[in-house]
Design a protein around this ligand. Sequence first.
Ligand code: PMP
Length: 467
Amino acid sequence: MTDDRKSKGLGATERAKLLESLRADKKSERQSAGGGAARNTRGSATELKTTSARAFDFSTLPQVKQLAMQRAAADLMGIDNPFFRPHDALAAGETVIDGRRYDNFASYNYLGLNGHGDVTKAAKAAIERFGTSVSASRVVAGERPFHGELERALADLHGVEDAIVMVSGHATNVTTIGHLLGKSDLVLTDALIHNSISEGARLSGATRLNFRHNDLDALEDLLAGNRHKYERALIAVEGIYSMDGDYPDLPRLLSLKQDYDAWLLVDEAHSMGVMGKTGRGIAEHFGVDPQAVDIWMGTLSKTFSACGGYIAGSKSLCDYLRATAPGFVFSVGLSPALGAAALASIEVMKREPERIARLQENGRRFLEKAKAAGLNTGPSTGFAVVPVIVGDSPRAAILSNRLLKRGINALPIIFPAVAEKSARLRFFITSEHTPDQIDRAVEIVAEELTIVRGADFDMAALMSKSR
Ligand code: PMP
């Protein structure tokens, strides 16, 4: 209600008084909103300014100081920061960093579709027709044909009724899990599950229990001991684990979910386009009915060379998320270039299955050669992700930097992304790598790792020195 309508029927003086008192109310509201800082001062404007400046100095936060200390320790050891390396060109089996060409093992371009002529052409055509943005949520800004086409193509690929596309893979997990589950529910996650699933579970308020990585006996124990205490239960796993390159026993998961009346979510970020003869993921690999999985999740940022995420499953699940999931309803629709690129990527993948065969052969080759060279590849099965476990974060960073000097780009994964003792280099394999590139990389890693293992330093001692 406006001031004007409230004051209708009053005389001029009464009206003036009422407006004055309304203004005074607003002023006192504003003051109490900033009340914390105001109460801490003796009332002077300068003091108020100083107090708020100090309150927003993030460098005083303990966690920011901790980060600064880690960086200082790395500087002291002369370790260049291996992260945020600036690439000058499209990254696939090769890349260009600072004008120099490298063999690249740090891209999600699993099937080489990023940069494929048809994909680029489709993205350009979509920009020509629709521009670079669809401007708002699809609920209010409306659909574009590629939204529905992409969702139908993803549903078809997974062999389920429907799919819903969102603008970020991470946000897809957060909003879907956060929205579907609540306080009286249980979320059971593999200990190595991706952060987006953990965040979704946290948002939901459900109880979360972790089972040892890929240990389905441990999962069964947790189900047996806890399932009855909760209303709904969700088991969340990955098709291929992004840090280790191994995968779960899907048929056994299906029987567990059946026995204990739980939903099963499989995150196919790294298995779509990678597993199965035609790249349709872990269900195809095991030859199971994809409709037996309640929630398929995937990203558009890997095999499909775009950006975004999706949920695929029953029509009722997708309809419900389309109408109510906050990350869909209150977030912009997928942009034209990304939607068209993902759609064209699916078409090329279906048309050229030899890309999948090449990727699988390359992964097998890398794993076999690495094992033969005595490298610790953890539980990797050679599907696109192969870690080489180094044993501590500084050595993993140093190894990455030494490989770069020898023409190989592979990134370290360090604490807290993985446990300190399992700090590693992670190699992403693509269909675009040649056998020579793979053999050369493994040979050089083995040589450099021997040198790095011999290096003598103590991270903890250096950290206390830099304090
Ligand atoms: N799930 C898994 C298993 C992932 O590895 C990732 C990111 N690499 C995501 C979800 C999030 O996807 P995006 O990066 O496309 O947001």
